[in-house]
Design a protein around this ligand. Structure first.
Ligand SMILES: [Zn+2]
Length: 301
């Protein structure tokens, strides 16, 4: 018996449809498809010169980040439509200044596995493979995509180092977490996000994960000069603190790749605190904590 209602791909699709009805002209696209053919939705807010990207749910059991980003999108659109401010920010001015792309759920298959377990319609071989890779029929702690590749270890940022470090963690094959894949950007989800980021020349990116109430910035000192300044600004307007990644978490991540290859400020924000998957009931608190960052980032880049 689950203690909570997870935020699934179907919940996301329903909420996007509600927003489409409520806010005619809303720009929703898909940047690609997951291994199991699910759309990787992207919602556009604003139309300004500075290009910003937020993404959620690289990891299956971190679906609360998808719910968080959608709550933000809804509040932003409400404020824009009514001409009101949001948490002291003039939304109309933000929309003129920046274009924000929100990819709320990069890993819908992983979310599916964590939230609801194996899909009933899977073919026998795939089912057996996933059971073997997971080592159990309980998929609640599943982080990877449907191939058993951890998407946040699959980017071209010292990827080989991430690969080498797998054995230190006892990882030799695809599974629920930390397997980097056969090569960088081998997965349709990570490839789609990297392509979208490159094509749109994103100026600032934040990847939302759970949990820890911390912000990671930079990558091996390769970050641009304004990276730390912006990170420090985030810690002044939110209760989240700066932290440094170490070990395997330092390589092959989206933020790492963004800093390394795009040479622009990129961040990982670990929302909330507790055991993943965080319960849905934590969302109001997480939203209140991160709203200043979600809005503030649109003013700094
Ligand atoms: Zn994560």
């Amino acid at each position: 018996m689950k203690k909570q209602i997870p935020y699934t791909y179907d919940a996301l699709k329903n909420e996007i449809n509600e927003f489409r009805q409520k806010f005619p002209g809303l720009k929703v696209s898909s940047i690609g498809r997951s291994v199991w053919g699910k759309e990787l939705f992207c919602i556009q807010l604003g139309s300004g010169k500075t290009k910003i990207l937020y993404n959620g749910a690289h990891h299956g059991m971190e679906w609360i980040t998808s719910a968080l980003l959608m709550q933000f999108v809804g509040a932003y659109l409400d404020a824009e439509q009514s001409g009101k401010s949001l948490s002291g920010f003039n939304v109309a001015a933000l929309s003129k200044r920046a274009t924000l792309f929100v990819v709320p759920m990069l890993n819908p298959d992983g979310v599916r596995l964590s939230a609801l377990g194996l899909p009933a319609n899977l073919d026998f071989a795939t089912k057996q493979r996933l059971l073997r890779q997971n080592g159990s029929a309980d998929f609640e702690k599943w982080q990877a995509n449907a191939n058993g590749v951890d998407l946040n270890h699959n980017y071209d940022a010292m990827w080989q180092r991430s690969k080498e470090m797998e054995t230190e963690y006892g990882i030799y094959s695809p599974g629920p977490t930390r397997f980097s894949g056969p090569h960088a950007e081998s997965e349709p989800e990570s490839r789609a996000l990297a392509d979208f980021t490159r094509d749109n020349k994103i100026d600032l990116a934040i990847a939302f994960h759970s949990q820890g109430k911390v912000i990671y910035h930079g990558f091996l000192g390769k970050e641009p000069g304004n990276s730390l300044k912006i990170a420090k600004a985030f810690t002044r307007i939110s209760p989240y603190q700066l932290d440094n990644t170490d070990g395997i978490a330092s390589y092959g991540g989206y933020k790492d790749w963004f800093v390394d290859k795009m040479d622009r400020p990129g961040y990982t924000v670990e929302v909330g605190v507790g055991q993943n998957p965080l319960p849905f009931s934590d969302l109001p608190k997480i939203y209140a904590e991160t709203l200043p960052i979600l809005l503030g980032a649109m003013t700094v880049a």
